[in-house]
Design a protein around this ligand. Structure first.
Ligand code: ZN
Length: 124
């Protein structure tokens, strides 16, 4: 019985609050295609999105910028946010800025595989 109640509650939650559920809202490749328009762009990977486009979308990514100072790096993230907002507003964008050696070709975010900590892939 408890399981049934939980299952139907989950159904209701999932229907009404899709942003709580870790579902992909936008194809990572589509986001990547927008980000690469930004000047001073070096690399963008681990892109994830949630929510509903047109209602409230959330995007996160790792970004490597062609800058070494905080001001310039921040300015680049603002450019990325503006481009994404122009296309997906209302959207909240979280950008994780990384140093050049974290460059990765893994465009889409892949959750870490559970297992012994030692064999787990480093988050980069
Ligand atoms: Zn990274």
């Amino acid at each position: 019985m408890a399981v049934l109640v939980f299952a139907s509650a989950w159904k209701v939650l999932k229907a009404n609050l899709p942003w709580l559920v870790d579902e992909m809202a936008i194809a990572p490749e589509a986001i990547h295609a927008i980000v690469i328009q930004v000047t001073s762009f070096l690399n963008c990977h681990n892109i994830a999105s949630r929510g509903v486009v047109g209602r409230q979308a959330f995007i996160e990514m790792h970004l490597i910028v062609d800058a070494t100072d905080v001001e310039k790096s921040h300015q680049i993230t603002e450019e990325v946010e503006a481009l994404l907002a122009a296309k997906y507003d209302p959207v909240r964008v979280l950008i994780h800025v990384e140093p050049p050696e974290y460059k990765s070709d893994r465009i889409a975010y892949e959750p870490a595989v559970p297992g012994p900590a030692r064999s787990r892939r480093r988050d980069r």
